[in-house]
Design a protein around this ligand. Structure first.
Ligand SMILES: *Cc1c(COP(=O)(O)O)cnc(C)c1O
Length: 399
C-alpha cells in the first residue's frame, strides 16, 4: 500500500527534532554533526539567533500580502543583491527550480523581444542538475530524471561537461542561452575551471547568446564569494539562486542584468508566494550575516583546513578515496569504484556525521558556513573511522 507521503525519496531511518549551529538532535536526543546542511541550504547552521529573531518579529507583523502590493523587504534585498553582484534586477521565488524557470523564460523572452523568436534553444551540460520541473529535467537531460515523463519540452540540448569544442559545435542560429553550474553539485562536485567559464562567456558574446548560471547550490557564500563565478571574472546575464539564500526558509531568486530582463514587463511572469514578507525577513537576515566583515574569509579559511584534512584521507585510504575536489565549503570526495558512496554516507550517519551522496560516486561535504575548526576535526575523524570500516569489510569480502 502506498504511504501517505508520496514515496519518491529513500529516506534514512532518522528524524531530527532540534538543531543548533552545525548540530542536529534526533528524537532520542542523540547529537549529529550536520555536514549536509539540508543540502547546502542551512548556510548559517540551525536555529541561528538572528534568523530566528527576524522570522519571529515578522511573524507578529504580517506574513503574506501577495505581489499585488509593495513589499519593502523585497526592495531591500533586491537592492543589496544587485549592489553586491553583476545584476540590476531580481525576481524572488520559493525554490531553486522556480528561479531556473524564470531564467529560462527570461532568456527566451529576451530574444523574442529583440525580434528573434527563433532563438529559443538552451545548451546545458551532461551531469548537470537544474531542478525537477519539465523544463529543467529536459535541460539536464539525464535518463534518470526524464524517464517516463515524456514528451520533453522542445529546445534543450546537452554537451559533454568540459568539452569546449562540442559546445562551440552545438551553437546554431536558434541558440538562446547556455546554462551552466559554475560548480556542478548533484553531478558530483565538479568545478568548471575559471578559464573555461571565461571561454563560455566569450562564446556567448561572440554569438549573441545569453549566459545563465545556476548558482542554486554553489552561490551565496558557499565557495567563499557571494557567487562562485566571481572567482573567474566571468559574469552571467542571468543567475538562479536558492538554497543558502534563505538559510532554511524556502526562498529563491532570479538575478539578471537590465539588458537580459528587458522583455520581462508587467504581467509576463509572477508568483503568489515569491518574496513574501516572511521570506524577505529571513533573506535579509541571511544577507546581514553574510556581509559581516570576515564572513567570506572564514569560509575560505575553513575550506583550506577541510581540504587539507581530506587530502590526508586520500593518502591514508588509497583503496577507498580517489580524490578531493570542489570549491570553498562545497567539497566532495570521489571514491574508488570498489567503494560505494551511499555505503560511506550510511556508515558516517551511523557514526552521527551527516553527508550527502552525489553522482559520479562522490560524497558531498557541505557543512554550514559557520562551521569551526573543531567541527572539521571531528568530521574528519569520523570519516576516517568510516573508511577503516569500509576497508575492513572489503578485506572480509575478499577472503
Ligand atoms: C537544488 C538545485 C536545484 C533545484 O532547487 P529546488 O529548490 O530543489 O527546486 C537546481 N539547481 C541546482 C544546481 C541545485 O543544486
Amino acid at each position: 500500500m502506498i504511504t501517505p507521503v508520496l514515496p519518491t525519496y529513500a529516506r534514512a531511518p532518522v528524524t531530527f527534532e532540534k538543531g543548533e549551529g552545525p548540530w542536529l538532535f534526533d528524537e532520542t536526543g542523540q547529537k549529529y554533526l550536520d555536514f549536509a546542511a539540508g543540502i547546502a541550504v542551512c548556510a548559517l547552521g540551525h536555529s541561528h539567533p538572528k534568523l530566528v529573531a527576524a522570522l519571529e518579529a515578522q511573524a507578529r507583523r504580517v506574513w503574506h500580502t501577495s505581489n499585488l502590493y509593495g513589499i519593502p523587504g523585497q526592495e531591500e534585498l533586491a537592492k543589496r543583491l544587485t549592489d553586491a553582484s553583476f545584476a540590476d534586477t531580481v525576481f524572488f521565488t520559493n525554490s531553486g527550480v522556480e528561479a531556473m524557470e524564470c531564467a529560462i523564460k527570461m532568456a527566451r523572452k529576451f530574444h523574442s523581444h529583440n525580434g528573434n523568436p527563433e532563438r529559443y534553444k538552451m545548451l546545458a551540460f551532461e551531469g548537470s542538475f537544474h531542478g525537477r520541473s519539465l523544463a529543467t529535467i529536459a535541460a539536464a537531460g539525464q535518463e534518470k530524471l526524464v524517464k517516463g515523463f515524456g514528451p520533453m519540452p522542445d529546445g534543450f540540448d546537452q554537451v559533454p561537461f568540459g568539452d569546449h569544442e562540442a559546445l562551440k559545435a552545438a551553437i546554431t542560429g536558434e541558440t538562446a542561452a547556455i546554462l551552466i553550474e559554475p560548480v556542478q553539485g548533484e553531478g558530483g562536485i565538479r568545478p568548471v575551471p575559471p578559464q573555461c567559464l571565461r571561454g563560455v562567456r566569450e562564446l556567448c558574446d561572440e554569438h549573441g547568446i545569453l549566459l545563465i548560471m545556476d548558482e542554486i547550490q554553489c552561490g551565496m557564500g558557499r565557495t567563499g564569494k557571494l557567487f562562485a563565478h566571481e572567482w573567474s571574472g566571468a559574469t552571467p546575464d542571468i543567475l538562479a539562486s536558492a538554497k543558502g539564500i534563505g538559510g532554511g526558509f524556502p526562498l529563491g531568486a532570479c538575478l539578471a542584468t537590465e539588458r537580459a530582463a528587458a522583455g520581462m514587463t508587467g504581467g509576463t511572469h509572477g508568483s503568489t508566494y515569491g518574496g513574501n514578507a516572511l521570506a524577505m525577513a529571513v533573506g535579509n537576515a541571511v544577507m546581514d550575516e553574510m556581509t559581516v566583515p570576515g564572513f567570506m574569509e572564514h569560509v575560505v579559511k575553513m575550506s583550506g583546513l577541510l581540504r587539507q584534512r581530506l587530502a590526508q584521507l586520500v593518502d591514508e585510504f588509497p583503496d577507498i578515496v580517489e580524490e578531493v575536489r570542489g570549491e570553498g565549503l562545497m567539497l566532495g570526495i570521489k571514491l574508488k569504484p570498489e567503494a560505494v558512496n551511499g555505503t560511506l554516507v550510511n556508515n558516517a550517519r551511523e557514526r552521527h556525521l551527516l553527508l550527502v551522496p552525489a553522482g559520479d560516486n562522490v560524497v558531498r561535504i557541505l557543512p554550514p558556513l559557520i562551521v569551526g575548526a573543531e567541527h572539521i576535526s571531528q568530521a574528519v575523524e569520523t570519516l576516517s573511522a568510516t573508511c577503516i570500516d569500509m576497508r575492513d569489510s572489503a578485506a572480509v569480502a575478499a577472503k
